[in-house]
Design a binder for this molecule. Structure first.
Ligand code: HEC
Ligand code: HEC
Length: 157
């Protein structure tokens, strides 16, 4: 009897998991193609994808579209996680993630070694203007700090 119950529990857990996956995939196809074609997810880590989804939510609100609710968001993230670039879970790097996310929205994130930190500071001002013009939310103070931290670490000396 016990084995049967266990088996049923295991099956329904598996079924529930697949259901979440299918719902996440449907949400991705429907909600993430509203403004641009479906983006490629496999070049980004799960942490970066979660941050991107947060930025997209802000953009949706700014453009009078209904953002994902908490339930939809967790289904989408569960799905995206299976598509993400697999990394060492301990390797989380807030500064790098903020840079990859915020500076990889409109073009590929640039190579930080390209410029010196003073030049990067000027570029950041230009990018702020471009974000404003494109109606992409500006970085908040914390993100700005992290992006500067990343650039300072990797800029040309
Ligand atoms: C309300 C419009 C809107 C919706 C809906 C939207 N995005 Fe975006 N997304 C943008 C804008 C604006 C950019 C900045 C670049 C541009 O102008 O296309 C962008 C850029 C991106 C980028 C970086 C460029 C690339 O292709 O790699 C990713 C990744 C991305 N979005 C993921 C998503 C995901 C995932 C969803 C679904 C949750 C989503 N977007 C839904 C507006 C939107
Ligand atoms: C709202 C969209 C957007 C975002 C977000 C964005 N950029 Fe840009 N960026 C542009 C556009 C548009 C150009 C000029 C055309 C091109 O090269 O694609 C550009 C060009 C650049 C260039 C080439 C030099 C120049 O000024 O033309 C660098 C370097 C750069 N971006 C760095 C960054 C960094 C660093 C970030 C993150 C803080 C960032 N970008 C975020 C839109 C954006």
């Amino acid at each position: 009897m016990k084995t049967v119950t266990l088996l049923i529990t295991a099956c329904s857990l598996l079924f529930a998991q697949q259901l979440v996956f299918a719902q996440g995939e449907a949400l991705f196809k429907e909600r993430c193609s509203q403004c641009h074609s479906l983006p490629k997810m496999d070049e980004r880590t799960p942490a970066q994808l979660a941050k991107i989804v947060d930025v997209m939510q802000e953009i949706m609100v700014a453009r009078d579209l209904t953002p994902l609710n908490d339930n939809e968001k967790s289904e989408l993230l569960a799905y995206l996680e299976t598509k993400a670039k697999q990394t060492d879970a301990d390797a989380e790097n807030l500064a790098e993630d903020a840079f990859m996310v915020r500076c990889g929205l409109c073009h590929q994130a640039p190579d930080a070694e390209m410029l010196k930190i003073n030049q990067w500071k000027i570029v950041l001002r230009t990018m702020d203007q471009r974000m404003e013009k494109a109606n992409v939310p500006l970085m908040d103070e914390q993100e700005r700090e992290l992006v500067l931290q990343y650039l300072t670490q990797h800029a040309r000396k």
